[in-house]
Design a protein around this ligand. Structure first.
Ligand code: NAD
Length: 486
């Protein structure tokens, strides 16, 4: 089904179940990355608006019905959210695609489908937020309860606005919390649409509030606000470090989902065709703006030139273009600053001796932020283009000779979000998976994700987990109750 570019009314803040202008009446232009033109404007909030949103969320938590609503009823509401996401899929696809530059076909199949699954998964979980009973060595009846934390400050990045806000809001609501969501400044439109959908599904006023605006103002105000009980942050390692220190100052628990720079290892016994399919998926998906992308390909030296040859041809054939063309696989970068960063890294890679095998330049199209998918060979492991997070459609390829060398190269960056390998040897699959320093390891495919499987980082990729029962637990606190039987 085709989706066309939507007309989007100017956005306002969603606080206590109402649409409001920002206190200072500020507004921000929101751009279409495929043309550079203004799509609409949204309210630019400040600390006063954050305070209003936190006050509403606080009131909804302390005196409202959500936390005390039985889990089964919260489950019904979350299930309705999933149903509404599916019913309104065309509208959501149009909004997310025009704002982020996501190809409509992928946005429907991945972003919208995943968001619905996230609400569905945590709808089921909402019915089992339980404590347990314990036997003690003295006469007592002892049990634990698992209770919601309170007000959650959710801060999300520009690249997966819908998926990464749902991955926080769904478990937070399942556990009975209330939320203030601050989306990324350049891609806030699906968050505003979701505020409407959540209300339509029956989420009470004040339980989810959306405050749009800049990180340094709105994000920091949330981090510092004494009424916020936990921060769920996804974004870059640089900002995450600062956010964690502010939250630490206030002793707020945080989950930190930060940057990544994963390696995909292709062993000599791999299915080469499959490995190349995974490699391409790993670096062009979402135009490379994917924290769990695999921008470093490590190839056994016996396959190195063969893989480069096949990659060059296959990558040159990946359809890049207008996100609203259903055949497009790679859209524009979400913002001009992200495009400029990719250009700079490719310049650095060339200066560091990299051989550009395919791509290596912008694609001039309608004034959009397009960059051709790019493969760079022959860089040394200490080059910046290998070690740093480029966050664009760029793959570096390095050879290796032994399993130990492959593992050492894979683990050699400061990041540890995802990692993966291609092999037909089952023992090697388990052996190497155990040695890779990453929160998630994929074998013989890339980016297999599901709300049931936790993801998150080690090292500079952060701490805490999203998805699975682990995420739900992170939105709860445990209380021990011990009743004397003496
Ligand atoms: P970013 O760190 O620039 O911004 C993330 C969020 O933090 C935005 O909402 C931003 O407005 C806010 N922010 C900015 N300054 C702030 C401040 N001083 N205080 C509080 N909040 C502030 O990240 P980005 O460019 O939007 O996203 C890309 C980054 O996110 C990449 O590094 C990517 O790897 C990472 N990411 C990680 C995951 C994961 O699951 N680990 C998922 C997606 C993206």
């Amino acid at each position: 089904m085709s989706v066309s570019r939507p007309h989007i009314e100017p956005g306002r803040l969603f606080i206590d179940g109402e649409w409001r202008e920002a206190d200072a009446k500020g507004r921000r232009d929101i751009l279409d990355p495929s043309t550079g033109k203004v799509i609409t404007t949204v309210a630019e909030a400040d600390a006063i608006d954050v305070d209003a949103a936190v006050t509403a969320a606080r009131k909804a938590f302390d005196t409202g019905p959500w936390a005390s609503t039985p889990g089964r009823e919260r489950a019904r509401v979350l299930h309705r959210v999933a149903d509404l996401i599916r019913q309104r899929a065309d509208e959501i696809v149009a909004v997310e695609s025009v704002n982020v530059g996501k190809p409509v076909s992928l946005c429907r199949a991945v972003d919208v489908a995943t968001a619905a699954e996230e609400y569905e998964y945590y709808s089921a979980m909402a019915q089992s937020v339980d404590g347990s009973s314990r036997r003690l060595p003295f006469p007592a009846h002892a049990y634990t309860t698992r209770d919601p934390l309170g007000v959650i400050g959710a801060i999300t990045p520009f690249n997966f606005p819908l998926v990464l806000s749902s991955s926080k809001i769904a478990p937070a609501l399942a556990a009975g919390n209330t939320v203030v969501h601050k989306p990324a400044e350049e891609t806030p439109l699906s968050a505003l649409l979701m505020a409407e959908i959540l209300a339509e599904a029956g989420v009470p006023d004040g339980v989810v509030n959306v405050v749009t605006g800049g990180g340094a103002v709105v994000g920091e105000a949330l981090l510092r606000h004494p009424g916020v009980d936990k921060i769920a942050f996804t974004g870059s390692t640089r900002i995450g470090r600062h956010a964690a220190s502010l939250a630490g100052e206030a002793l707020k628990p945080v989950t930190m989902e930060l940057g990544g720079n994963a390696a995909q290892i292709v062993f000599e016994d791999a299915d080469v065709e499959k490995a190349i399919g995974s490699a391409i998926k790993g670096f062009v998906f979402n135009t490379g703006q994917f924290c769990m992308g695999g921008p470093r390909l490590l190839v056994h030296s016996s396959l190195y030139e063969t893989v480069l040859g096949i990659l060059a041809e296959a990558v040159a054939g990946v359809p890049v273009g207008d996100p609203f063309d259903p055949a497009t696989v790679v859209g524009p970068m979400a913002g001009a600053r992200h495009l400029a960063k990719v250009e700079e890294y490719v310049r650095i890679a060339r200066a560091e001796g990299g051989r550009v095998v395919v791509g290596g330049e912008r694609l001039e199209l309608n004034g959009g932020n397009y960059y051709r998918p790019t493969v760079i060979a022959d860089l040394s492991n200490d080059s910046r283009a290998v070690q740093e997070e480029i966050f664009g459609p760029v793959l570096t390829v390095q050879p290796f000779d032994t399993e130990d060398e492959a593992v050492a190269l894979a683990n050699s960056t400061p990041y540890g979000l995802a990692s993966g390998l291609q092999t037909r040897d089952l023992a090697r699959a388990h052996r190497v998976a155990a040695r890779l320093q990453a929160g998630i390891v994929w074998v013989n495919d890339w980016a297999m994700l599901d709300p049931a499987m936790p993801f998150g980082g080690v090292k500079q990729s952060g701490y805490g987990r999203e998805y699975g029962p682990e995420a739900l637990e992170s939105y709860t606190k445990v209380k021990s109750v011990i009743i004397s039987l003496a």
